[in-house]
Design a protein around this ligand. Structure first.
Ligand code: ZN
Length: 310
């Protein structure tokens, strides 16, 4: 069993409209935009990153806004719900705040003894807030969400699968341990986590396959400290027969990717060097940052990428 994985690093989804997505995450959810860059593989599309004050791994929601993308269809083989951590007692505030901002899909539920508020993102993204005691991660409050309510980072992600058993075994290999079952949901948690070390697996044999599009999670990344930890995780996964990519430099972390048995795309990403690598920590996410290989496209991109708010 691996012990290098600290929890979720980031979750990357697809959207249709860059500016509307940006406004929702910064103004409604109150997250900090921590990086404004482009999709390294398709540089005419933004890659927008949102997180808590420090942009810590375990808090980072990212988006590829493709203007002409089809609608996603929710189903099996994907991350069905991305769950953020908020302080206990804050869900009444959020329920009112989200309703005032025309957010759909609002409902309260309990899961594993925690109160939850589910809601839809701009493109029907499956989101929830979990009320958690004692989450010490520092929130971003400059957007106007008071500190006693503001999002701390991720709490967990829920994967929807036709058969969760192979993915459960994979997560156990990755250092997660089963913590309980409720209905058709199995909860796994990593030890010594970064605050975002819970993965819930929903086993639904009748769920149709998900179709990726706007509002779909593209992949979920798990955090390791550095390149050496990533190398050992990569070797172990390769030995277990997973087809895992070579290490790819994403400027703010090193990434490797592999497809899981249930169809979800996993990434292992390093905490180093982090989002302050090329920006003052006081001004994260303000300027358009381009990777070196696309810097020559700056004049074109600065005039052709849609303007997004500050
Ligand atoms: Zn990623």
């Amino acid at each position: 069993m691996l012990n290098a994985i600290e929890g979720i690093h980031h979750i990357t989804s697809m959207a249709r409209d860059a500016n509307i997505t940006d406004q929702f995450h910064t103004k409604v959810l109150g997250l900090r935009r921590i990086k404004k860059t482009v999709n390294f593989d398709a540089p005419d599309v933004y890659h927008l990153y949102y997180g808590n004050r420090a942009g810590q791994p375990g808090s980072v929601m990212t988006y590829f806004p493709f203007p002409n993308i089809i609608d996603g269809v929710r189903g099996a083989g994907e991350v069905g719900t991305t769950v953020f951590s908020v302080p206990q007692g804050s869900l009444d505030f959020w329920e009112k705040h989200l309703a005032e901002n025309a957010t759909g899909g609002i409902r309260r539920e309990q899961a594993f003894g925690e109160d939850r508020l589910y809601f839809d993102g701009i493109d029907g993204d499956g989101f929830a807030l979990a009320a958690v005691a004692g989450d010490a991660r520092e929130p971003w409050t400059d957007a106007g969400i008071p500190a006693e309510h503001a999002i701390r980072g991720f709490h967990s992600a829920t994967l929807v699968l036709n058969d969760a058993s192979a993915t459960r075994e994979l997560l156990q290999l990755m250092g997660f341990q089963e913590k309980g079952r409720e209905g058709n949901t199995t909860r796994l948690e990593g030890e010594g986590g970064n605050g975002a070390a819970v993965i819930d697996l929903v086993s639904d044999p009748s769920a149709r396959p998900a179709r990726q599009g706007a509002g779909s999670v593209h992949h979920i990344a798990f955090a390791v400290r550095d390149a050496a930890a990533q190398r050992s995780v990569r070797e172990t996964l390769a030995q277990e027969g997973f087809h895992i990519t070579p290490v790819i430099d994403r400027d703010y972390f090193l990434a490797v990717y592999f497809r899981t048995p249930g169809g979800v795309l996993f990434e292992i990403a390093t905490n180093e060097p982090g989002f302050a690598r090329d920006e003052d920590p006081d001004h994260l996410g303000e300027a358009l940052k381009l990777p070196r290989q696309h810097e020559h496209l700056r004049p074109y991109l600065e005039t052709h990428l849609p303007a997004i708010g500050s």
